[in-house]
Design a protein around this ligand. Structure first.
Ligand SMILES: Cc1cc2nc3c(=O)[nH]c(=O)nc-3n(C[C@H](O)[C@H](O)[C@H](O)COP(=O)(O)OP(=O)(O)OC[C@H]3O[C@@H](n4cnc5c(N)ncnc54)[C@H](O)[C@@H]3O)c2cc1C
Length: 284
């Protein structure tokens, strides 16, 4: 059995001090990802520094944009009325994460920092243009969310850095967004998923932001598909061209959950479904 010390700081300063004192320590929030990796022998920290008792890291403020504490649970995001009103695709994604027990323990910060290609909340946060507030032992910084992901389970965070908040700018009044996820069964990790945000003027798309999950080493944006839609009237041909571009842009793998070919097709089908849904049209 793996043995480790478990400490519960009450402030960021205390968390940094404890980590510095212990040496080979890992931050832990809900533990729903990290404990599985520890039990599997994949990571072997000598200590875990819990982020769950640090008040600053929990809670959601919505005021045009939003500021979400990294240790806010996925369940709290899933039932937040203000987020549902301003950032519905984020709430849709949170509601699709695991089952109730996972949502009650798992946090937004953990979902992002675990850097899984299938992290559900990453996709809507990418299309809503989220950035991350990060506090290290020697100072803080803010980065766009897309700069966090470096590969499967790899981030740009230094070992002493804690993500404290997810910052969301106020969405344009013309923006409308949706999250779609294909799992094998209910409460499953995604086989493939998309989040799509369109800024619409009637049937004309002023700008498009598209993110996809489980189809590359990290959650990714699809700039080629976005360019196919931006500035165009969304005819069937335009949407079809964007779907083709999206399928070319992803680089899925075949694994226990699905084949590369199926994943690629799902991206095309879901982008089409998302675009028609946001336009209020029936998918042909
Ligand atoms: C049965 C099951 C089903 C699941 N289903 C889904 C699903 O459908 N969709 C999905 O996206 N995920 C799913 N997950 C994965 C997991 O539940 C989520 O990724 C969850 O949000 C992780 O949050 P956590 O707080 O538990 O992270 P933890 O396990 O505590 O941490 C994960 C990683 O992030 C680091 N970390 C955590 N918080 C911070 C922070 N604030 N700053 C810096 N580093 C930090 C930790 O050091 C660790 O490396 C599932 C997991 C299980 C076990």
């Amino acid at each position: 059995m793996t043995r480790y010390d478990y400490v519960r700081p009450h402030s960021l300063a205390e968390a940094h001090a404890m980590r510095a004192e212990i040496g080979d320590a890992r931050f832990i929030a809900g533990g729903t990802d990290l404990m599985i990796r520890i039990r599997g022998g994949e990571v072997r920290p000598t200590a875990l520094v819990s982020l769950r008792n640090i008040e600053d890291l929990a809670g959601v403020e919505v005021d045009g944009g939003a500021r979400i504490g990294a240790a806010t649970t996925i369940a709290d995001v899933a039932r937040h009325a203000g987020l549902l009103d301003r950032f519905p695709a984020l709430v849709q994604a949170a509601r699709r994460v695991g089952g109730p027990a996972i949502r009650n323990a798992g946090t937004v910060g953990g979902n992002l920092c675990n850097a899984s290609p299938c992290a559900d909340t990453a996709l809507p946060l990418l299309v809503y243009g989220a950035s991350l507030r990060i506090e290290g032992a020697r100072g803080g910084r803010e980065i766009p969310l897309e700069k966090l992901f470096k590969g499967p389970r790899a981030t740009s965070l230094a070992p002493d850095e804690i993500v404290t908040h997810v910052i969301l700018p106020a969405p344009s009044p013309k923006a409308t967004a949706v999250f779609l996820k294909k799992g094998r069964v209910a409460m499953d990790l995604s086989v493939a998923s998309v989040a799509v945000l369109l800024e619409l003027d009637g049937e004309t798309c002023r700008s498009a932001r598209i993110a996809a999950g489980s189809v590359a080493p990290t959650p990714i944006r699809l700039p080629g598909a976005e360019a196919c839609l931006a500035g165009k009237r969304l005819t069937d041909d335009v949407v079809a061209a964007a779907c083709e571009a999206a399928m070319r842009e992803v680089s899925p793998i075949t694994d226990v959950r699905s084949t590369a070919d199926y994943r690629r097709r799902i991206i095309g089908v879901y982008l089409k479904r998302a675009a028609y849904g946001l336009l209020g049209r029936v998918t042909p």
